[in-house]
Design a protein around this ligand. Structure first.
Ligand code: NAP
Length: 266
């Protein structure tokens, strides 16, 4: 056994099924909407303790109330901290409030820096990297300092990284960086028995997606998704369940798993 391996405390064996997350504590950066909110809901159903982070305080308060209502009798608290995920001091408050943390999920990020390459300024590009790469780094730096063996960090990517569309050079350069960061960080933190993964999402029905696509109604979403391989877009819950899989399975690290209904195959 190497010196590093022998120095690491043994990680308690727990179930690789989502039930293994029962009673754990998670910080979800981006937990006030879409996939992050769905992950919070699933964790709450399992009796987990969640701290949601988002910038808009009203949206955050509504999300906290919604997640609490999922399991009103649960002992575990649901908390919200209004913060920008790239602001280390503000995000540190969320971690401090959370106390002990087992899992960190980052689902923050929009389409900052989108537009034709000739219109993208250096400032736009920096903003895209700040939102995505600095956001992931900030959460990871705080998490790495606090998580105990067995803890996880789960980041977000999208299938446009491998099947780009025009007008997305800056955001996709940054999101691609998050995938590389995922693998590099997994290797670095493995000796401490911390795991790092990411989900590469396809089109998922969330406020972000509806806003970006202009598909405001359920009927419009259904019609637009009908031509995809599985005949529909993904739900936020399906997307979130993949993040919970990565948190729960103790033998998965450094992976970017694609959850896109097979759409990147065609
Ligand atoms: N939905 C899709 O089709 C799709 C496809 C591929 C990839 N993804 C990726 O999956 C992730 C989740 O997407 P989603 O569809 O669930 O988006 P969403 O519905 O817009 O939710 C994003 C959440 O992140 C928060 N957020 C955004 N920027 C933040 C920041 N700088 N600091 C802290 N919180 C921030 C938002 O709240 P505030 O705005 O109030 O801060 C919101 O709670 C994103 O990274 C997205 O790019 C989504």
């Amino acid at each position: 056994m190497s010196a590093v391996a022998s120095a690491v405390a043994a990680v308690p064996v727990r179930s690789p099924l989502p039930e293994g997350l029962a009673g754990s504590a998670a910080v979800i950066v981006g937990g006030s909407s879409g996939i992050g909110l769905a992950a919070a809901t699933l964790l709450r159903r399992l009796g987990g303790r969640v701290v949601l982070v988002g910038r808009d305080p009203e949206r955050l308060a509504a999300a906290v109330a919604r997640v609490r209502d999922v399991n009103p009798g649960a002992d575990a608290e649901v908390l919200g901290v209004a913060a920008d995920g790239a602001d280390e001091a503000a995000l540190a408050e969320a971690f401090d409030l959370a106390g002990s943390v087992d899992h960190v999920l980052v689902t923050s990020g929009g389409l900052t820096g989108a537009g034709p390459v000739t219109d993208v300024s250096a400032g736009d590009l920096r903003a895209a990297f700040e939102e995505r790469v600095l956001g992931a780094f900030t959460a990871a730096r705080l998490a790495a300092a606090r998580l105990s063996a067995g803890g996880t960090i789960t980041l977000s990517s999208g299938t446009y990284v491998i099947r780009p569309v025009p007008g997305m050079t800056a955001p996709l350069a940054a999101i691609g960086g998050v995938e590389t960061f995922t693998r590099a960080l997994a290797v670095e933190l493995a000796p401490r028995r911390l795991r790092v993964n990411a989900v590469r999402y396809g089109v998922v029905d969330t406020p972000l997606m509806r806003g970006a696509s202009g598909l405001a109604t359920d009927a419009a979403m259904a019609a637009a998704g009908a031509g995809t391989l599985l005949g529909r877009y993904g739900t936020a819950e399906e997307a979130a369940a993949s993040a919970l899989f990565l948190m729960a399975n103790p033998y998965v690290t450094g992976q970017v798993i694609t959850v896109d209904g097979g759409q990147s195959l065609v």
